[in-house]
Design a protein around this ligand. Structure first.
Ligand SMILES: [Zn+2]
Length: 465
């Protein structure tokens, strides 16, 4: 049974989907105005892990992740770049998708873009206005009235009585139009900065606020309520808090059953910031020679609710783990020729159980990985017993685990050319004729071509090195 830590209730809970055998979940996507850095990628690998594990367990999954392609930053930076907003965000959206593919992040089933979903947002806002949960200012902004929602801030543990008007003195002149400093914008009235980036609505022209996007798109594609909503801990307040408030007030039903949040990431013990120069992008790390698998492994080796300190030096260590997986599979493919391991089925059952027990425990990847390593050690110890068929069974189970982990290296090409096969054959004939000089010579020729031949009691076996 899958249990997940539900931020809304501050405890681990057994996961029960709304529709049996089916899971609908949403993850807040990136704002596409720049290259994603590794801090962003932690969340997306985390979403992918859940997505893959739900599929591993046989659920029918609908995973929706948005792209935020309109906000202050996208508008500002597209202007700086001298490009239309759409052209500008198309570029970074495509780069983001490429990064995801590199990190073996499966494409979500639905990837809506905010600018294409404005009608759903208008509908939601109209509902809030009609029910008195939102109000319009003279400037044309629409704010959500948090005092009207008695449940506001529950998940984040916000104490409403502690919220004072303009406590930090940072309100801008526009914001003084708010009835309460904490009221948040669901719609921003048009101003010159927005240029031609606006929509007409019954309450005037403008553009959506950030929080409203996720509420409207998730309802449109997953329904309300839906099963799981994911994001980084930094989104709990205000973003997710505001999503809950506006969705529940607009539609009068619960918004989401389970909330999952991944912890922060620091780099070399420091917060990521442009001034420290530690906001690595994926391409920067790849250019330094690290493999995508070693980088992905860094994200999955620890539990998602643990704070993570990203250290570049750890990537080399990760690479040796990735190589270990690769060598293990290669050896299984090429060297198993024992008589059969009678305990194998029990061992296979045991490792699958242990792997699933770890993953079922709130996606505890460190437990699941430990189970895989123990299994590999055990198989290696008994390697000489493995028959060809046994080895295939081990490979099959390992590959099943990798449908979740997605860190095994692409297996090296494992077929010989006809010429190499002929060399092995000639060498075997030479050995049988006790012509050791020719046999050694042929062995060396093969080795020069990257094919290592070993002799076993049942004949020669080869490996591409
Ligand atoms: Zn969101």
């Amino acid at each position: 049974m899958l249990t997940i830590y539900n931020t809304a209730n501050h405890r681990k809970e057994v996961f029960k989907p709304i529709h049996e055998g089916e899971v609908r979940f949403y993850g807040c996507g990136p704002t596409i105005y720049n290259y994603a850095h590794i801090g962003n990628m932690r969340a997306f690998v985390f979403y992918d892990l859940l997505n893959r594990y739900l599929r591993y367990k046989g659920y029918k999954v609908t995973f929706c992740m948005n792209l935020t392609d309109i906000d202050d930053k996208t508008i500002r930076d597209s202007k700086k770049a001298g490009k239309k907003l759409r052209e500008f965000t198309d570029f970074y959206g495509a780069e983001f998708m490429k990064d995801c593919q590199t990190l073996h992040i499966q494409k979500p089933d639905i990837v809506p873009r905010a600018t294409e979903e404005v009608p759903a947002m208008i509908e939601l806002i109209q509902n809030l206005l009609d029910k008195g949960y939102a109000y319009k200012t003279e400037k044309g902004d629409v704010y959500f009235k948090i005092n009207k929602d008695p449940n506001y801030g529950q998940m984040a543990g916000i104490d409403m009585s502690s919220l004072r008007f303009n406590a930090d003195g940072r309100l801008t002149a526009d914001e003084y139009e708010k009835e309460n400093a904490q009221d948040f914008a669901v719609w921003k009235g048009w101003d010159e900065q927005d240029g031609d980036n606006f929509w007409e609505t019954p309450w005037g022209k403008g553009r959506p606020g950030w929080h409203i996007e996720c509420s409207a798109m998730s309802k449109k594609y997953l329904g309300q309520p839906f099963d799981i909503h994911m994001g980084g801990v930094d989104l709990i307040f205000p973003h997710h808090t505001n999503e809950i408030a506006q969705s529940e007030c607009a539609y009068g039903t619960k918004y989401v059953n389970y909330w999952m949040h991944n912890e922060h990431i620091t780099v070399n013990g420091q917060k990521m910031s442009k001034s420290l120069g530690n906001c690595f992008t994926l391409n920067e790390l790849l250019a330094k020679g690290y493999s995508a698998e070693a980088i992905r492994y860094e994200f999955i080796k620890a539990h998602y609710r643990q704070k993570m300190d990203f250290q570049e030096s750890a990537l080399s260590g990760n690479q040796s783990v990735i190589d270990k997986f690769g060598n293990f599979l290669t050896r299984l493919q090429n060297e198993a020729n024992g008589a059969g391991w009678s305990d194998l089925q029990a061992v296979l059952n045991q490792v699958q159980e242990a792997f699933e027990k770890g993953m079922d425990d709130d996606l505890n990847t460190s437990i699941a990985l430990a189970a895989v390593f123990d299994f590999m050690t055990n198989v290696n110890k008994n390697f000489e017993k493995l028959s060809r068929e046994d080895a295939d069974k081990v490979i099959k189970v390992m590959k099943k685990f990798d449908t979740v982990l997605a860190v095994f290296p692409e297996s090296k090409q494992q077929s010989l050319t006809p010429e190499q096969e002929a060399l092995i054959q000639r060498r075997q004939e030479a050995r049988l004729a006790k012509d050791w000089a020719t046999a050694d010579n042929l062995k060396k020729q093969l080795l020069d071509q990257g094919v290592e031949v070993k002799d076993t009691p049942t004949g020669p076996v080869w490996k591409i090195i």
